[in-house]
Design a protein around this ligand. Sequence first.
Ligand code: ATP
Ligand code: MG
Ligand code: MG
Ligand code: MG
Length: 471
Amino acid sequence: MMNGTNDIRKTFLDYFGDNGHEIVASAPLVPMNDPTLLFTNAGMVPFKNLFTGAETRDYVRATSSQKCVRAGGKHNDLDNVGYTARHHTFFEMLGNFSFGDYFKEEAIYHAWNLITKEYGIDPKRLCVTVYHEDDQAFDLWKKIGGFSDSDIIRIATNDNFWSMGDTGPCGPCSEIFYDHGDHIWGDRPGTPDEDGDRFVEIWNLVFMQFEQMADGTRIDLPKPSIDTGMGLERISALMQGTHNNYETDQFKRLIDSAETAIGKRANEETIASYRVIADHLRSCSFLITDGVLPANEGRGYVLRRIMRRAMRHAHMLGANDLVMHQVVPALVSEMGAAYPDLNRAEALITETLKLEETRFKSMLGKGLKLLDEEMSKISTESALPGDVAFKLYDTYGFPLDLTQDALRSQNRVVDVDGFNKSMDEQRAKARAAWSGSGDAGTDKLWFDLKDELGATEFLGYSATEAEGFVQ
Ligand code: ATP
Ligand code: MG
Ligand code: MG
Ligand code: MG
């Protein structure tokens, strides 16, 4: 198939390769040069030091298809999966980058040329946003894309102004949207509280032209740079004539494999669960490939949460056997050629998924039963009491977000303050029960560390996470 996801990725890399860009392999999901970032969440992350000038390489233009995970910290799309047509926890970001080489005009030209000529997308379906002060981008879109004024939407919010952090390179963005048509519900970009899947953002261009100084001033960068990001699954969807990422070739095969493993075909009511399983299988497999293993803290806990969420969906679909590992061969056959590490890690992925699912399976059934019983005891408006959510966490291994996810379809919520209170009480009890080493200072240090690292949410990172991503 010419429009297969693998072809679309290749067309992108070849196009920019032919235009003088170094084709750079995806960096791992665990950022190598940035301990403040939970996972690589944008194509520019591995190039950060080239944008700041801290590092130079023998090329000034690059292109890549970068593995990204947005399932924690500042960019968290976990709750979108299964609900929107365009979000994944794991996705590939196609990008082209200029490190002080070409700037706005060439970036807009290439984006336009690639999507309308190489990919052959109907220009009438596209509209763009620019930062409200960026007249230059506005004029370039008119000139290059032939847009009328009304199809270039000026946005005044930070959605269209990118910065690397409190200081450093920053600048306006321009986003390219595709209109999937009025049979799909959704607002035009720039509408307050815009929502829905009708207008899907496919490509984000960042024009790094300023440097934010510590004293609050902004100066012009002597050599402005370009950072762009386009979601491979989104461009694949529209090239394959569907508005939903989960109906593209690769996702269809993953869902098909999950259906076989579960022994049922998806229907309108159950499709969201199959999508969650396919999505989470991808993020878990790629995280394991890059050295993350399930754990009770840090990155490993994010992985465990994703795995367990998927397992709950498999359980709801009535799966008797372990499901997740059965979908791994389909993933490897779809993506192993583009990501050879995945082939090498196949046995590790399979064993890790099997072990986690085996461990969690009996707890899951019992915990869900308890959850049902507790929910039937309270009125349909009340939140699930925090101590029950805590019991599910502590005794049955239910991450808080799993319980929240389970209640969401019934429009119910958890009393999170109550949950945190139970958590604090248990910590206090553990402290009191500790006979101690006799050295109060050391004991305090250990408990503080345990509190910090054992936190159920990944606060250690999200609190400090740098803005290393395209917006
Ligand atoms: P959205 O507004 O749709 O959430 P975004 O503005 O958060 O997207 P960027 O940070 O600009 O996304 O990332 C660049 C591109 O990566 C987006 O234009 C989109 O094509 C793709 N992308 C972003 N988040 C996801 C996701 N969770 N799943 C799939 N593709 C994504
Ligand atoms: Mg987003
Ligand atoms: Mg964006
Ligand atoms: Mg956006």
